[in-house]
Design a protein around this ligand. Structure first.
Ligand code: ZN
Length: 418
């Protein structure tokens, strides 16, 4: 059997393995939630009503069912692009139109992304205006949805085109170790985007107003002093424009850190609970979780690009995935797209590792918050947040191990000092 055929069958095999695993996980989650739907778990019997528990169950089931449709669309799209010849066709028509060269490469990647975006659009519409609507979370108007879409698209082009151009140019002209130069450029670019995000990108989508609640401000400043932090400002974000889901977070680097509260959060939590939630966020900083995640992602992307550097030299990588490479010109864009299409099929099987690490970080931040503020207030804040977001109290453990970046409520509360 030739190497190209091995590549084809590897793709088919790993795709089937993905589908079976994801179906199995989804079914487990559905069964687990249905089985526990009629009764609030004992630990929550006094704090959560049966009605809220069942709402969370129904919301989880609705999302799990959408997950199945998503799974089917993803699999068909992947096969369409690769073995059924979609990418090969798109490559040919852009070459016929523009000839060979960097411009054709860029147009190929951009049109691929636009088509991918179009395919995902109906489901995203359904999610926002059917599921989120039905459970009372959606505040997005069709007008806002369209304006978000247009802004997102424009932003994607403005931010994406320069780095795409650099990477494709390096792939062609950077020699044997282009992948190292491309990695360096991508790291610098990512840091740059993170740096401009709070002042340039986020205000495009939301309004940020200074926190007016003097009382809460004073508490937050005291908490940060105690923990040895300084922040540049405290802001309230109009998250309620889009959804009833709530959150609080930090943005910015070093001493330019800002604290941002969703307006929805301010409505749901009292002063003690707000302080505890913020202390949890500070815990992430104290333990350098953000830095650790960033370093991991940079190291992994270096390996990924090195692998791409090798694969892009192998003809079987193209032919095995349904594309005839251009024999006397550049195949960088095709290699990049095939790699991005196929890689997630393989990395899915190690996702429990990163999910586990993320959940461990949450426990650490909780422990820090319990130390720095009030453990009881943190417990009641977490309970309110899980309830307001209709997160199920009874997820399937295997489903959790693959998909949950935050531990289920029961585990978090059980770990807090009484
Ligand atoms: Zn956290």
């Amino acid at each position: 059997m030739n190497t190209s055929l091995v590549m084809t069958w590897t793709l088919v095999g790993v795709l089937i393995a993905n589908l079976l695993t994801k179906l199995w996980l989804n079914n487990r989650q559905i069964e687990h939630v249905v089985r526990h739907r009629s009764e609030v778990p004992k630990a929550f019997a006094e704090t959560i009503s049966l009605e809220a528990h069942q709402k969370a169950a129904n919301y989880t089931l609705a999302k799990a069912k959408i997950g199945l449709i998503d799974l089917a669309i993803d699999a068909v799209t992947l096969l369409g692009w690769t073995l059924l010849g979609g990418l090969d066709f798109l490559n040919q028509i852009t070459i016929d139109w523009l000839g060979h060269g960097l411009l054709q490469q860029i147009v190929l990647v951009v049109s691929f992304s636009l088509i991918g975006g179009l395919i995902g659009l109906p489901l995203s519409l359904y999610q926002t205006f059917s599921i989120e609507q039905r459970f009372g979370f959606n505040h997005t108007t069709p007008k806002l949805w369209v304006s978000d879409l247009i802004k997102g698209l424009a932003l994607g082009l403005v931010l994406g085109l320069p780095i795409l151009w650099i990477v494709l140019w390096l792939m062609k002209s950077g020699g044997q170790i282009w992948w190292f130069y491309a990695w360096t450029a991508m790291v610098i670019y990512q840091l740059f985007v993170m740096w401009i995000a709070p002042n340039v990108i986020m205000p495009l989508f939301n309004k940020f107003t200074p926190l007016e609640d003097e009382n809460l401000r004073a508490r937050v400043i005291r908490l940060m002093d105690r923990a040895g932090f300084t922040a540049k400002g405290f802001f309230v974000m109009d998250g309620s424009r889009r959804s009833a889901h709530s959150n609080a977070f930090f943005t910015g680097f070093g001493s330019a850190k800002r604290v941002v509260f969703f307006d929805t959060l301010l409505k749901q939590l009292n002063g003690d609970e707000m302080e505890a939630v913020l202390a949890h966020e500070l815990g992430h900083f104290k333990h350098q979780h953000i830095l650790k995640m960033m370093v991991t992602s940079f190291v992994l992307s270096l390996f990924g690009l090195a692998l791409l550097g090798w694969l892009s030299q192998q003809i079987w990588f193209f032919t095995g995935l349904g594309v005839l490479p251009n024999l006397n010109s550049d195949n960088s864009a095709i290699a990049l797209l095939l790699f991005m299409l196929v890689l997630p099929l393989f990395t899915f099987f190690v996702s429990p590792l990163s999910s586990y690490r993320s959940r461990k970080f949450e426990f650490q931040a909780d422990a820090y918050a319990a130390e720095q503020s009030n453990s009881k207030a943190l417990a009641s804040a977490l309970l309110k947040l899980y309830q307001d977001n209709a997160s199920t109290l009874t997820p399937d453990p295997w489903y959790v191990s693959f998909y949950y970046s935050h531990p289920p409520a029961s585990q978090r509360l059980a770990r807090l000092p009484a």
